[in-house]
Design a protein around this ligand. Structure first.
Ligand SMILES: Nc1nc2c(ncn2[C@@H]2O[C@H](COP(=O)(O)OP(=O)(O)OP(=O)(O)O)[C@@H](O)[C@H]2O)c(=O)[nH]1
Ligand SMILES: [Mg+2]
Length: 224
C-alpha cells in the first residue's frame, strides 16, 4: 500500500499480549511496510520490550487504566492522517487495513470493520447474541445503521479524532466512537471482515461491558 496519499498509523493497545505482539505486527507490516505502528502498553509481561525491538513506537500507560483511557491515548498520539485500530490478539485480518484506508481516501471519515455480517465461528455464542442486540439497539435508540458496535478494527480520519469529543472513562469506548460521530454527521461506512480465534487471555468483562454499552447508546439517543 505504498501509493496512498495519506500517512497511516496503525494503533493497538496492549495488556499482556507477549504471545501475539510479534505475529500481529508481522502481519501488519506485510500489508503496510512503512506505516507508524503505535502501541499503548499497560503490560506486566514483555509486550512493550518486544514491541520496541521490532520497531513499534511504544507509549506506556502504567498502572493500567482500562481499555478506554488506553485507546484514547493511542488515538490522540497517532501521527497519521488516517488511524487504524486493531486488537493485538490475532483476531482481526491485517489485510483489511487496505480496504479501510481506501474508503477514507474515497471521502469517509470513519470506516468500521464488522465481524458480524454473518456469524463468525470464532465468536462465542453469548458474545454473538449480545453483539446482535447491541447493533439493533444502535439502530433503534441512536438511528445508526450498523451490524457491529464493538468491533476493535476501524479507520478514523485524524480530523475526526481531533474534532469529536469522546469520553474515555468507562468501558465500551468503541460504541461511542461509532454512534457519536455518525449522530454528528460524520461520513461513515461499514465493511465486512473475517474474525479469528483469539491468542492469549481475553480481557473482556461482559457484565460491566454491557452496562457501559447501554449507557453510551443512551447518551447518543436520537433526540427527534
Ligand atoms: N493498554 C491497555 N490495553 C488493554 C487494556 N485492556 C485491554 N487491553 C487491550 O485491548 C485489546 C482488546 O482487549 P481484548 O481482551 O481483546 O477484548 P475483546 O476483543 O473485547 O475480547 P476478545 O473477543 O476475548 O478478544 C487487547 O489488545 C488488549 O490487550 C488496558 O487496560 N490497557
Ligand atoms: Mg480482542
Amino acid at each position: 500500500m505504498s501509493d496512498s496519499e495519506f500517512a497511516l498509523s496503525v494503533v493497538m493497545i496492549t495488556l499482556n499480549e507477549e504471545g501475539s505482539i510479534r505475529s500481529v505486527v508481522e502481519q501488519i507490516r506485510q500489508v503496510v511496510e512503512k506505516s507508524e505502528i503505535l502501541i499503548v502498553d499497560s503490560s506486566s509481561d514483555r509486550t512493550a520490550e518486544i514491541a520496541s525491538q521490532i520497531g513499534c513506537r511504544v507509549i506506556r500507560q502504567l498502572p493500567a487504566q482500562g481499555y478506554g483511557p488506553a485507546l484514547g491515548m493511542a488515538l490522540k498520539n497517532a501521527t497519521g492522517d488516517v488511524v487504524v485500530t486493531m486488537d493485538c490478539d490475532n483476531t482481526y485480518p491485517a489485510q483489511a487495513i487496505t480496504r479501510l484506508v481506501k474508503e477514507i481516501e474515497a471521502g469517509y471519515d470513519l470506516v468500521s470493520a464488522s465481524r458480524l455480517i454473518s456469524r463468525p465461528p470464532a465468536m462465542p455464542l453469548s458474545n454473538y447474541l449480545a453483539n446482535l442486540i447491541f447493533a439493533k439497539l444502535a439502530g433503534i435508540v441512536c438511528g445508526v445503521k450498523t451490524t457491529d458496535v464493538h468491533t476493535g478494527m476501524r479507520a478514523y480520519r485524524k480530523s475526526l479524532i481531533e474534532s469529536f469529543a469522546f469520553d474515555v472513562n468507562g468501558m465500551a469506548l468503541p460504541v461511542e466512537l461509532l454512534v457519536g460521530p455518525v449522530s454528528e454527521g460524520y461520513k461513515y461506512k461499514e465493511i465486512g471482515i473475517e474474525y479469528f480465534e483469539r491468542t492469549g487471555q481475553s480481557k473482556l468483562r461482559p457484565l460491566a461491558g454491557t452496562y457501559w454499552t447501554l449507557r453510551r447508546l443512551w447518551k447518543w439517543r436520537r433526540r427527534r
